[in-house]
Design a protein around this ligand. Sequence first.
Ligand code: A2R
Ligand code: GDD
Length: 317
Amino acid sequence: MKALITGITGFVGSHLAEYLLERGNIEVCGIERWRSKTDNIKHIEKKIRIIECDIRDYVSVEKTIKEIKPDKIFHLAAQSFVPTSWNAPQETLTTNIIGQLNIFESVRSAGINPEIQLACSSEEYGMVLENEVPIKETNPLRPLSPYAVSKVGQDYLGYQYHQSYGIKAIRTRAFNHTGPRRGDVFVTSNFAKQIAEIEKNKKEPVIKVGNLEAKRDFTDVRDMVKAYWVSTEKCTPGDVYNICSGKAWTIQSVLDMLLSFSKVKVTVKQDPARMRPSDVLVLLGDNTKFCKQTGWKPEIPIEKTLKDLLDYWRERV
Ligand code: A2R
Ligand code: GDD
């Protein structure tokens, strides 16, 4: 069985690669660009096959798909950071939507029909009304950033390619997930890194923050990659599934939890540059549909996730 992971050098891709290797009997393949940072997969590089590919380039994608002929594709590669999508909207839409189009067309051109898991996002729900939580798959999509629009595009392209050509697109809408190796621009990782730097006197005891009132539904990345795998085994191609814990935390409470693992005394300062033109206020998901269909459930508590993330940074700063 051959699995192709786009975005294998990223946060989720590296955890998924580890998980597939642990499962055994899977040839794990991935793509990277010549400038990709490969630290996340250094420890497994001898066990995986890597091909150079930029998903924005059809020639590059077609060549890769024809060479590997994967049985399953986990499509994780993306411009994944919401604030960057306001600064580089074209790049975000091109990478996320056209990149996925290139994968679909390459699969058709290669004459193969693998399951293709699509890393869609809870950000697609965007502005959620108070009486709409927990959010079901049927909730209206009211995207609030170019990133969210790009994910709606990926999601519906998956639906359309399934309807038009029978492509086995599995549309997973992941709510927030975190853990070791999380990129340091994302909130949990950024706060953990700042705390670790303060502990080592590498930074004044001031934590810079953005909007602490937002609420997010967090799942451990190690649970999330299991969900992605099982989605390709048990979910219905063309259909859409929320993957989440079903619990939401304010960003303030996440900061408090991280600080409770440390002895440092800090001041918290709002940094205007961290505020978004429009932030998603609450994302609390309903995972009933996915759990019923697959038997998956989140297992790792948020305390362990955040503690592991803080320890990850303690070893690195
Ligand atoms: O930027 P790179 O070369 O290090 O690779 C990133 C990859 N990527 C691309 N790969 C090929 N061609 C491209 N044009 C391209 N642009 C980006 O996507 C990296 O390996 C991955 C993104 O990793 P992270 O930023 O750490 O995202 P994370 O949290 O792993 O998210 C995975 C998926 C994304 O679709 C998110 O939008 C979704 O889950 O939430
Ligand atoms: N990044 C960041 N930095 N966010 C902050 C900060 C800060 O200093 N302070 C508060 N926040 C708030 C943001 O305004 C947002 O409401 C929340 O923390 C989470 O921000 P991020 O960690 O940047 O993640 P995200 O929710 O925008 O997007 C992530 O989750 C999506 C799934 O819902 C990304 O992983 C996306 O790729 C993913 O699709």
